[in-house]
Design a protein around this ligand. Structure first.
Ligand code: NAP
Ligand code: MG
Length: 511
């Protein structure tokens, strides 16, 4: 197997090798590691070498049905239902501890399956996941209803609300932060007492399966979390349309998000969508331009541009354009590309051959429409294998170009000069998306005015790509709806019940 041959040179820990061998062809349904009903499998690849890493089950409708039945049983009758909120919280905390304990394995699995540099998986993905589960462990005991002072003439009532779990939840996640997206989905859902059928992306199923191995030890009963690997068109579509799921939570492209929403109408399951973006990153001339230029580079190049909130439209105030551009170009040309397992690597490959085709297609479209390549623009010459694309800066772009209008999801930024705040606010908002935006300036009033004007779910001021489990994240416009993380995510996974108690007529004693 390719992994074994790479092992001697790449520092892969034995647990990862063993995991990949042992879990191949199995997914988690009702606490058991099972093959797909059809017996079909598909391969997941290492995008740095293009080699096959493992074969995982190609789950389909029948498998989703089985997983939903297990999750339904676990929700209605299982020990999960009888566990106290405190016990649920402790299980989530334990899960966080276990992920932390096996952190190196998770980091390596992410790097092998997704392509990201190991150093990034170690300092970003894994700690964020651990923190996320700890944060929601704390919420389990704080999901509260209210008492409401109602005003019914002549009669007294006690009215209160119960905040109850939504029920059995389908969750479909993408490949850009495989384990972190699983954590964003599972943390709030489990804290609130739901049960789950989770489908990882076909390109990156391994870290979710490894997570599945830790559930029992954490004290999360069988059937509470079921992990079905499979293709979007089959397993994903079956989740979106399933008549016995109470909710579907989706992260991915806007196009598929719309399909999920249409499919969900069958039983009117609740829907939350975290979709694409084309985020404006705005540098004013009064900013710290060194910091802003580095910030602009990391806004687009972090995770190789495969972030829904990537700062892909870089607006630079005219007066500062000739100062910022050389810094950005210099940064872009110095990024060290290579396999994620190589400690010298700063940027790995794109996740798959499809994404490589897609991103290089945008590079060709940009050039054809007349954009000027200021840095990068193609495949690095020294890497013959793997889905590598150079960090690329397009200049001289027009608002109607494909590279300005569409989400590229790769390390490609378009630089656009502007004259004043109102012009850049209008241009920044001139997109169907609204996931994130950023402003770089030393003028605090301008910064806050821009934050108000920009139509995006997150606005960063003098920073970019800062995340915390406590702060809500989600989209305006066609970037979706619903907020993950923070207290806001509890709304996605609970529903309110209003309870009325007749306390009888008002008495003589004034009560
Ligand atoms: P995608 O097709 O939207 O995939 C996201 C998830 O949805 C995956 O688990 C996928 O399964 C599943 N899926 C696909 N078709 C489905 C269907 N008909 N019903 C239910 N689930 C379905 O995204 P992609 O193909 O991986 O990437 C394409 C583009 O999506 C990217 O270039 C980028 O623009 C955008 N994207 C956005 C995000 C984000 O965080 N907002 C993340 C990833 C991609 P399979 O992977 O098994 O097909
Ligand atoms: Mg892979």
């Amino acid at each position: 197997m390719a992994l074994a041959s790479a092992q001697s040179t790449s520092g892969i820990v034995p647990e990862v090798d063993q995991f990949i061998r042992s879990r191949t062809r199995r997914m988690l349904i009702d606490g058991k590691w099972v093959e797909s009903a059809s017996g079909k499998t598909f391969a997941t690849h290492n995008p740095a070498t293009e080699d096959i890493l493992a074969e995982v089950p190609a789950g389909e409708k029948e498998d989703v049905d089985r997983a939903v039945r297990a999750a339904r049983r676990a929700f209605e009758n299982g020990p999960w239902r009888r566990m106290t909120a405190s016990e649920r919280g402790r299980a989530l905390w334990k899960l966080a501890d276990l992920i932390e304990k096996h952190g190196e394995e998770f980091a390596q699995l992410e790097t092998l399956d997704n392509g990201k540099p190991l150093a990034v998986a170690r300092v970003a993905d894994v700690p964020l996941v651990v923190d996320h589960f700890r944060y929601y462990a704390g919420w389990a005991t704080k999901v509260e209803g209210e008492t409401i002072p109602v005003s019914i003439p002549g009669q007294r009532f006690l009215n209160y609300t119960l905040r109850e779990p939504v029920g059995v939840v389908g969750q479909i996640i993408p490949w850009n932060f495989p384990l972190l997206m699983a954590a964003w989905k599972l943390g709030a859902a489990l804290a609130c007492g739901n049960t789950v059928v989770l489908k990882p992306a076909e390109q990156t199923p391994l870290s979710a399966l490894r997570l599945g191995e830790l559930l029992e030890e954490a004290g999360i009963p069988a059937g509470v979390v079921n992990i079905v690997t499979g293709y979007g068109e089959t397993a994903g579509a079956a989740i979106a349309a399933h008549p016995d799921l109470d909710k579907v939570a989706f992260t991915g492209s806007t196009e598929v998000g719309k399909e999920v929403m249409r499919a969900a109408t069958g039983n009117l399951k609740r829907v939350s969508l975290e979709l694409g973006g084309k985020s404006p990153n705005i540098i004013f001339a009064d900013a710290d331009l060194d910091e802003a230029a580095v910030g602009a580079a990391s806004a687009i190049y972090f995770n190789h541009g495969q972030c829904c909130c990537a700062g892909s439209r870089l607006f630079i105030e005219q007066k500062a354009y000739d100062k910022v551009m050389p810094k950005l170009i210099d940064f872009s040309q110095k990024v060290k590309l290579g396999p994620g397992m190589d400690p010298a690597t700063e940027m790995g490959p794109l996740v798959s051959s499809e994404q490589y085709q897609r991103v290089t297609g945008y590079l060709a479209a940009g050039k054809q429409e007349g954009a000027r390549v200021a840095a990068g623009g193609g495949r690095p010459k020294d890497l013959s294998k793997g889905y590598f694309v150079q960090p690329t800066v397009f200049a001289d772009v027009r608002p109607d170009m494909k590279v300005i209008r569409e989400e590229i999801f790769g390390p490609v930024v378009c630089a656009i000069p502007f004259k004043d705040p109102s012009e850049v606010a209008a241009a920044g908002n001139d997109t169907t998306y609204g996931l994130a935006a950023a402003v770089w300036t030393r003028d605090i009033g301008k910064a806050h005015r821009m934050a108000e004007t920009l139509r995006a779910g997150t606005v960063w001021i003098n920073c970019y790509n800062v995340f915390d489990a406590a702060s809500p994240f989600g989209g305006y416009k066609q970037s979706g709806f619903g907020r993950e993380m923070g207290k806001a995510a509890l709304d996605l996974y609970t529903q309110l019940k209003s309870v009325w108690v007749n306390l009888g007529p008002h008495g003589d004693n004034g009560q």
